[in-house]
Design a protein around this ligand. Structure first.
Ligand code: LRH
Length: 462
């Protein structure tokens, strides 16, 4: 994505798009990282001369390097099953309550900490001298310089959200060697310049600086929430729905842990207090299973299916792994004694109702747990294109939804670079620029929230 930022203008254009296809090999699910890096180089070539480059990606995953700086294997996908049951073993050494009090991180089986412990005996980890999170790995290949970007580091479960530094105590109790990680760097810090080989490969003229951004895609997306004031919730929709609040300080209470809220780090000392909801992954996997029918038609049909006939718990980690998604959703409805959706339209409706319900629960729980009321829900990311999901979310929350921008992560990335180069002001200034320049759609809540409350109770009870 190429961004152009002026005093009163902000434009984004797509230079190049490439698929990200995980590959299943006999040992498990892997990222095709060289194909991704090849896509990055193609993208830079297509972008043409730029003043700065910034990289963000999904969280938690990493590549391991040997003493020569060479990658030791394809990064493992966080949906791989190697982490099953690991958390429970960790809690025997550091009880879950202590882990949460120290790191503020949700319990997700894929947190980097659990991945590292799952791989403890592996030849790769034994031989590794450096661990780079995915955006830091791509940045290293572009610049030759290594660092660990803070917002993404906060998803490792090895960062203390109060000090915004490593949690040395947790690392030492669990035998994680923190020297594997490169020094922390923060959004806005310089991250090097494109290497001569990269300039040659892409046809760019040096020097081209690489700028550290919120390299966790969700951190970049939250930075691009076009909110004014503090009384807002956000939902970053895409493969995941990340729903929550922007806070000044983490919430580390037992209640918050039990509700599985995470305290990830955001820009400028902020905390992203949110819950991971399975998101449009549920629909993406069904669409894949159905042989990729046209989505617009499917959503029109789904809108005609009666609302809230059956819902599933869209926060359930049982939906994490790929495969057989329509069957798994139908099975979950059957097991909870609800009507079993069967046609693609019925299953799609079940998914969208379930997501809206999970959005409602997250927005409600976050306000209560953080003592931070909101008047509006901002929806950013790919789900903004799904008008039915946006309307259902407004109805379920009983709050207006402001949808947009769609490419929030890319905009947040670009704005942090622009700020580092003196073109925009603070987070408030960035958000004002977004509000003035980006198309936004407002959805008013329709009807009462009573049916949603009933469905929520039914799900909790059953
Ligand atoms: C979204 C995301 C999310 C993480 C998950 C692994 O892309 O970064 O914030 O929890 O991927």
């Amino acid at each position: 994505m190429v961004g152009r930022v002026g005093a009163d203008s902000l434009e984004l254009s797509e230079a190049h798009r490439f698929p990200n296809r995980p590959v299943r090999v006999p040992e498990g699910l892997r990222w095709d990282i060289l194909a991704l890096y090849g896509g990055v180089l193609d993208g830079l070539r297509a972008a043409g001369q730029v003043d700065s480059v910034g990289i963000d990606s999904w969280a938690v995953d990493y590549g391991l390097l040997d003493g020569d700086g060479a990658l030791l294997g394809n990064p493992v996908h966080y949906r791989d099953s190697r982490t099953e049951g690991v958390a429970e073993k960790v809690w025997a050494t550091v009880p879950a309550e202590q882990l949460y009090a120290a790191t503020g991180l949700q319990h997700a089986p894929f947190n980097t900490l659990y991945q590292l412990l799952a791989a403890r005996e592996s030849a790769q980890l034994t031989h590794a001298e450096r661990l780079l999170l995915i955006p830091d790995l791509l940045s290293y290949w572009l610049t030759g310089e290594q660092g660990t970007e803070l917002t993404n580091a906060s998803t490792t479960q090895l960062i203390d959200p109060r000090t915004r530094e490593w949690s040395y105590d947790i690392a030492s109790r669990l035998g994680v060697d923190l020297s594997l990680f490169a020094p922390l760097r923060r959004p806005g810090d310089p991250a090097g310049v494109l290497l001569p080989e990269v300039l040659e490969e892409t046809g760019l003229r040096g020097p081209v600086p690489v700028t550290t951004v919120g390299s966790h895609d969700t951190a970049s997306a939250v930075a691009a929430v076009p909110a004014s004031g503090e009384r807002f919730a956000y939902i970053c929709t895409g493969t995941w729905s990340l729903a929550g609040l922007e806070l000044d300080a983490p919430v580390l209470t037992e209640e918050s842990r039990a509700a599985n809220f995470t305290n990830e780090l955001g820009l400028d000392g902020t905390v992203r207090y949110l819950r991971n909801i399975m998101g449009l992954w549920l629909l993406q996997e069904c669409v894949r299973a159905w042989g990729k029918p046209e989505l617009g038609g499917l959503l029109l049909e789904a809108a005609k299916v009666p609302a809230l006939r059956s819902v599933v718990d869209a926060g359930d980690a049982a939906f994490l792994a790929p495969g057989r998604m329509p069957e798994r959703i139908a099975e979950a409805c059957r097991a909870s004694g609800q009507p079993v959706p069967s046609s693609p339209a019925e299953i799609t409706r079940c998914i969208l109702d379930s997501l809206a319900l999970a959005h409602r629960r997250a927005v409600e729980d976050a306000q209560r747990l953080a003592g931070h009321p909101v008047d509006v829900v901002h929806v950013v990311g790919g789900g903004t294109r799904n008008a039915l999901l946006c309307q259902l979310t407004a109805d379920a929350c009983g709050l207006p939804v402001v949808a947009g921008p769609t490419e929030a992560a890319a905009l947040g990335n670009v704005l942090v670079q622009a700020r580092a180069h003196g073109l925009v002001g603070d987070l408030t200034g960035m958000r004002q620029l977004l509000t003035r320049t980006q198309p936004l759609t407002r959805y008013e809540p329709q009807g009462t929230t009573a049916p949603w409350r009933e469905s929520q109770d039914r799900l909790a009870g059953g």
